[in-house]
Design a protein around this ligand. Structure first.
Ligand code: LLP
Length: 432
């Protein structure tokens, strides 16, 4: 494990205290309660700037994949920075609009868009969304019918499955031919011909997304090559392709991964585009995790320590905290490793604990076998929690979801209040 903290330089220790943007995390836990998500706005904007600086002078659009963190203040931050958004539902579109995002900078991905969502995306503004990333021939037909019923033409890209191995966890790898996503590379030309024949559609681009938490440049270049092969065939068939959308997927540091910086990845892709004579095309990106992951932490208080038998005869040491799998699903769902740090270091022996939540599932753990000097009442921080944390949270075990704080120039803003039991019960109805 590296000695620098994931999330540095925004996340740092000063003496014994863990700080984000110079703000003491233990103090935030005291002021706002736990479990608590805390985000650095500056870290998010820095992550975006790494993409943007490599794209200067190029026609491009960075569409933040908001499924990674869909809190309105996060969307507002990116909208104000000129970002577009990658959405996968009508609900996400509503969030973009509520946060002041521009629909003409929105690409609509997803394998199962409903006709109602298509209508919403076509009519949410005079021009509707920028592009539908279509994933099947059947979807082309449905979208065509919906657009014609509204007297519109829907702009479309085909999400092509380039069949490259992104070398990531099987649950978050999406570009292999056995995945449910996208149109198979071999069928894409026929699908483009079909799209071009439909009067309610306007072909504008090509798209792919090969997976998530990718830590190498090579799979992205392979996917780009496969896309460009198709662009050449599709244009030879008389169908112009305006933009190339290379999706998201760039990884972050959770422990000792060393993914390329975004500007390194972008420069490599631009170089390949130029070499192949496609440098004039507009390039779209759909990054999620790499914009927000390292910008956030989840703070949780130690409730109970439950040591195993001292003679080693009975079980493990459990450190039971007030955050659980409903707040952060990644360890339970992907066996994801996320670093856990005390917000205030103790000068004491550090036994090995399984850090677990109060939910009634053996899979409810946040970290296994972690050496920590802790006492009940201490606050721990789960690092790199800005992506796929709050956006995947649930109310399992009727647990209210956590509050969220965003740090803006060192000032904490409560950007989502903690849910309460009343709001949890509000949608339920008793039988007559
Ligand atoms: N575009 C599309 C079409 C996607 O499906 C995704 C993520 C992205 C962009 C953004 O990918 P990113 O840059 O964040 O890797 N819950 C999992 C990750 C699921 C990713 C799903 N799709 C996790 O916590 O690791």
């Amino acid at each position: 494990m590296s000695t620098t903290l994931p999330g540095a330089p925004h996340l740092a220790r000063r003496g014994a205290s863990l700080q984000l943007d110079g703000v003491d995390l233990a103090a935030l836990a005291r002021d706002f309660g736990t479990p608590l998500y805390v985000y650095s706005q500056a870290a998010m904007l820095d992550a975006l700037a790494a993409y943007e600086r490599a794209l200067v002078g190029r026609r491009h659009l960075v569409c933040y994949a908001m499924k990674a963190n869909s809190s309105l203040a996060v969307l507002q931050t990116f909208a104000r920075a000129g970002c577009g958004f990658d959405i996968v539902s009508g609900g996400e579109l509503a969030r973009v609009l509520a946060a002041g995002g521009d629909p003409s900078r929105v690409v609509f991905s997803g394998v199962g868009k409903t006709p109602a969502e298509m209508r919403q995306a076509l009519t949410c503004s005079p021009t509707g969304v920028r592009c539908f990333n279509v994933e099947s021939t059947a979807e082309l037909d449905t979208l065509n019918a919906v657009a014609l019923s509204l007297d519109r033409r829907a702009p479309v890209s085909l999400r092509v499955n380039p069949d490259v191995d992104a070398g990531t966890h099987p649950y978050i790898s999406t570009g292999l031919k056995d995945n449910k996503f996208g149109v198979a590379h071999a069928q894409a030309l026929a699908a483009y011909r079909h799209a071009a024949s439909l009067p309610g559609l306007q072909v504008v681009g090509i798209d792919c997304h090969i997976g998530s938490q990718i830590t190498q440049v090579a799979p992205f270049l392979d996917a780009l090559d496969r896309l460009l092969d198709l662009v050449e065939q599709v244009e030879a068939a008389g169908i112009p392709i305006h933009h190339v959308d290379v999706g998201g997927g760039l990884g972050i540091t959770y422990s000792d991964e060393a993914p390329p910086q975004a500007d390194v990845l972008v420069s490599a892709l631009l170089q390949r585009l130029d070499e192949r004579g496609h440098g004039h095309r507009e390039l779209l990106f759909e990054p999620g995790r790499s914009l927000v992951g390292n910008a956030g932490v989840l703070l949780t208080e130690v409730l109970v320590l439950k040591p195993g038998a001292e003679d080693g005869s009975g079980g493990k040491n459990f450190c039971i905290v007030d955050a659980a799998m409903n707040d952060m699903l990644r360890p339970a769902m992907y066996e994801a490793w996320m670093q856990i740090e005390p917000c205030v270091l103790r000068d004491a022996p550090a036994p090995v604990w399984d850090v677990v939540g109060p939910v009634c599932e053996s899979g409810d753990w946040l970290g296994r076998e972690r050496a920590l000097a802790v006492q009940p009442g201490d606050v721990l921080a789960l690092l790199s929690a800005g992506a796929y944390g709050m956006s995947m949270a649930s109310n399992y075990n009727t647990r209210p979801r956590a509050a969220e704080v965003m740090l803006v120039k060192g000032q904490p803003y409560l950007v989502r209040q903690r849910e309460d039991i009343t709001s949890l019960l509000a949608s339920d109805r008793l039988l007559g």
